[in-house]
Design a protein around this ligand. Structure first.
Ligand code: ATP
Ligand code: MG
Length: 391
């Protein structure tokens, strides 16, 4: 018996002529991940990817590969399966030694058989009947329930063998990263922006990240926290670059020259302008932020109307219609939450106005902005940019 990992295609089964392009990206990504975990062979047939470990693969390597595959976008389901010879005798042996131990704590089960190899002498219902018989005689307390079973035993008779498994877990879903262009994520140290990056990567976007710091008002640890968040994201998105730009001079200039009530809005206009430039430099077709309507003063529709026009490319805000609980659920799901809530300061929390404008008027914002040298400050901020490679 050999254990393998099976991954079932998600949404890409709906793709027509260009499905093979998506397939190629998914396989390439899985192979990249496999190379880090050990020695695995990866192939595909009939909407399933087969990850087969080389002789001598340890359980820890297999488990690491499983976890990496589970975080690969494009797959709806994932499971471990055992491969047996394609005879009913072998299938029954497999049921006994591989499947039955997994059912010991269950009360009900059902069998499902798929026969993509039509030369197999038994039809699907007959395979199920025989396999079910083996299970019932091994664990007499088990009952069959075809509608709502505790466990579903899958028997897939394929070209190269009989694959046995008990159900499957949800895969990462979405479509493969790299099939949907490239987006620049404005990554803070908070809860929302890593979720926004995750969501756009799930729709196929390759992510490039941009973080603004205000050293020495923000600390080295604050930056390290953002690097950790980017690393957690990269388990889904694949490797990325995180660009870091200092806002210190801009924030000091705003503090010295402008009405405090407009600080956050003015800063966000600078962020948009700088992001737009970075996006052009690194060939990103859109900006991505973690904004959620009404969450804070700078995320009212009036505030967004003041900051959004600074960008010359689309700004994607996948969290815009989610409430905090929903965003937290995503954050926990992707494993970022515990890092996101570490208490480090962000550039937005430096020089925060006591009475931020929630319904700003553009003319007034522009009048405040005219008090500083917007272009010069942007140029000098761009010159502070450094890149951190996230693997
Ligand atoms: P988050 O939890 O993502 O920090 P937030 O609720 O704290 O979001 P804001 O601080 O107003 O909201 O930021 C809104 C969005 O602006 C963030 O989701 C992020 O995309 C971007 N942003 C904020 N601060 C930074 C930063 N220091 N560097 C890069 N992007 C930032
Ligand atoms: Mg924030």
């Amino acid at each position: 018996m050999k254990e393998v990992i099976l991954l079932k295609y998600g949404e890409i089964i709906l793709k027509g002529a260009n499905r093979s392009t998506f397939e190629a990206i998914m396989l390439k990504e899985l192979r990249r991940r496999a190379a880090k975990c050990g020695n695995f062979t990866i192939s595909f047939a009939q909407s399933t990817v087969f990850v087969v470990p080389a002789e001598g693969t340890t359980e820890a390597q297999f488990e690491a590969m499983y976890e990496a595959a589970k975080k690969t976008f494009g797959f709806a389901g994932i499971c471990r399966a055992a491969v047996y010879e394609k005879t009913m005798e072998d299938v029954c042996r497999g049921i006994k030694e591989y499947i039955v131990p997994k059912l010991s704590s269950m009360r009900t089960f059902k069998c499902e058989a798929k026969r993509s190899d039509k030369t197999f002498p038994l039809k699907s219902p007959e395979i199920c009947r025989e396999a079910g018989g083996v299970i019932l005689s091994s664990i007499p307390s088990l009952k069959v329930d075809v509608h709502n079973p505790d466990a579903c035993v899958d028997i897939e008779i394929r070209g190269d063998g009989a694959y046995l498994h008990v159900g499957q877990e949800k895969g990462a879903g979405g479509i493969p990263v790299g099939s949907g262009g490239r987006g620049l994520l404005l990554l803070s140290g908070g809860i929302d922006s890593p979720v926004a990056g995750y969501m756009m990567a799930k729709r196929g976007m390759k992510i490039e990240a941009l973080h603004f710091d205000s050293y020495p008002y923000t600390s080295e640890q604050a930056l390290e926290k953002v690097v950790s968040l980017a690393e957690i994201m990269s388990e889904y998105t694949g490797p990325m670059f995180m660009h870091v730009i200092s806002l210190t001079e801009i924030q000091e200039a705003l503090r010295d020259a402008c009405n405090e009530d407009y600080f956050t809005l003015l800063l966000r206009r600078f962020m948009m302008a700088l992001s737009d430039r970075v996006a052009k430099q690194f060939h990103c077709g859109a900006l991505i932020t973690g904004e959620s309507l009404g969450q804070v003063a700078s995320q009212t529709i009036e505030a967004i109307n003041v900051t959004d026009p600074v960008a010359t490319i689309p700004v994607f805000r996948p969290c815009i219609g989610l409430d905090k609980d929903e965003i937290v659920r995503y954050s926990r799901g992707m494993g970022a939450f515990e890092t996101s809530i570490l208490p480090y300061e962000d550039c937005c929390t430096v020089f925060t106005p006591r009475h931020p404008k929630t319904r700003p008027e553009l003319e007034k914002v522009l009048a405040e902005e005219a008090k500083v040298d917007f272009e010069g400050l942007c140029e000098r901020a761009m010159a502070t940019m450094r890149d951190i490679g996230i693997k």
